[in-house]
Design a protein around this ligand. Structure first.
Ligand SMILES: [Zn+2]
Length: 67
């Protein structure tokens, strides 16, 4: 008899891949939420960090604002 065992992506703890592990591949609901939460916050942070479009500070003149 052999059981399929995976490692929890968050803490590395071995998790049996069967009905006894409802949170697989995570070992517990806590690890699953922590991992998903970290992933989501990182996803949100990336576009905000790269928002460095400041055309007004870069251009010396205001030629675009001719009435
Ligand atoms: Zn875990």
């Amino acid at each position: 008899m052999r059981a399929h065992v995976v490692n929890c992506p968050h803490c590395g703890k071995p998790v049996e891949w069967n009905a006894a592990s409802p949170y697989r591949p995570f070992c517990s609901d806590r690890c699953r939420l922590i991992d998903l939460g970290a992933w989501a916050s990182e996803t949100y942070r990336v576009p905000i960090t790269e928002t460095k479009d400041e055309p007004e500070a870069a251009s010396p003149g205001t030629e675009d604002k001719n009435p």
